[in-house]
Design a protein around this ligand. Structure first.
Ligand SMILES: *Cc1c(COP(=O)(O)O)cnc(C)c1O
Length: 370
């Protein structure tokens, strides 16, 4: 029995991805058990935060680490950390901090909306977002020109949401920041690599605990000891309403432990995608193939190209029809207006491929009978 039936919410078949709006991740039983155990006793939260931070730092090979409520909370906390430097008085003033250095440089191509606009998070942390470059081209001189004595940090976004055309690499941005003694904050919310970015020289890197890591609603900030201490201080200020419960801290810990030891899931992904290709191969008007993640991650999805003339409906209409009924199917529909729907095997449970393919067939057959 699905507990959401109690609330009369239709069952969701997720083939979209690790989406916050669909509940992000389904938890591994060991993660759920860790959360249950955590819920059964009292613990001094500061001590838990300290010790968990140490564990996370070790697991991610970072100098230090700090738990947060999610990547968006991590952005706010990281920005507040660089602006206040962890000064107790300034911490209590965020977001209205009376200091000179408050500008946070961000490429226009990185000014994304992940469910909320990223610039709003920079403001909440006390930053003043300063866009550099353009949507499709941001070069070194754009950053160089914008840096002045009011600049507090450079913010970089590693995500499929961000523009991938003519943006400087993270490495190049770190070099520019180093030359001006500015910290680099990296939003790596959905990234799978928990180690490289701090090693590359980012000062603060934040992740969503519920995306690639597969944990509960939570997040993690990695970075140098001094900056992470400044992050922790924010829990006596702007981060107070973003606190993380003991259950989620321990759930995140177990998820990271498991994540580090899980062998590549690529085989499983490809097996599901192949099954989808087989299931849909005979459907007139659909062309199904394997497509690697557009941001280059080790994610392989089923790419369905919908021929509107042959199907009698376009991809947008098919996507909409999939969301009707008792079993609601969510696809990865960012490119639906171009006739493309993607199915993400990572989030599909046993049997989901059959359900999704069956529903697609049914919708198109019914349409063609008319
Ligand atoms: C999802 C996402 C966020 C927000 O993460 P939460 O953990 O939901 O707060 C921020 N930045 C990027 C690039 C994201 O993909």
């Amino acid at each position: 029995m699905d507990i959401y039936e109690e609330f009369k919410i239709p069952k969701v078949i997720n083939s979209s991805g690790k989406m916050t709006y669909l509940g992000s991740s389904v938890l591994d039983p060991q993660v759920a058990e860790a959360m249950y155990s955590a819920s059964q006793s009292y613990v001094h939260m500061d001590e838990l935060m300290d010790k968990a931070g140490e564990r996370f730092a070790k697991l991610c090979q970072s100098e230090a680490a700090c738990v947060c409520a999610g990547a968006s909370a991590g952005i706010i906390i990281a920005v507040a950390a660089v602006i206040t430097g962890g000064n107790d008085w300034l911490v209590e003033q965020v977001p209205y901090v009376n200091v000179k250095r408050r500008k946070i440089l961000i490429s226009t191509g990185h000014c994304i909306h992940f469910g909320a606009p990223i610039k709003q998070m920079l403001l909440l942390g006390g930053g003043i977002p300063v866009e550099v470059g353009t949507v499709c081209k941001t070069l070194a001189y754009h950053y160089e020109e914008a840096i002045d004595d009011e600049t507090a940090a450079i913010f970089y976004v590693k995500s499929h949401h961000a523009s991938q055309t003519d943006q400087l690499s993270l490495k190049e941005v770190i070099e520019i920041a180093r030359a001006h003694q500015l910290p680099v904050i990296l939003d790596a919310a959905a990234e799978e690599d928990l180690r490289s970015y701090v090693q590359m020289g980012c000062d603060l890197v934040l992740y969503s605990g519920a995306k690639a890591i597969g944990g509960p609603t939570s997040g993690i900030i990695l970075g140098t000891k001094a900056w992470i201490e400044a992050c922790r201080k924010q829990y006596h200020g702007v981060a107070r309403p973003m606190k993380v419960g003991k259950e989620n801290i321990l759930g995140l810990w177990m998820a990271i432990e498991k994540y580090q030891h899980s062998s590549s899931s690529v085989e499983r992904q490809l097996a599901i995608v192949q099954a989808i290709i087989q299931e849909l191969s005979s459907v007139e008007g659909l062309t199904v193939s394997v497509a690697q993640d557009s941001a280059g991650r080790e994610i392989y999805r089923a790419k369905i190209v919908v021929d509107e003339a042959k199907c009698g409906m376009n991809a947008v209409a098919l996507d909409r029809a999939l969301k009707l009924g008792n079993e609601v199917v969510y696809t990865r529909n960012h490119n639906a207006n171009q006739g493309i729907l993607l199915l993400d095997p990572r989030v599909m449970k046993e049997g989901d491929a059959e359900i999704v393919c069956g529903k697609i067939r049914q919708i198109l057959e019914r349409r063609n009978e008319r």
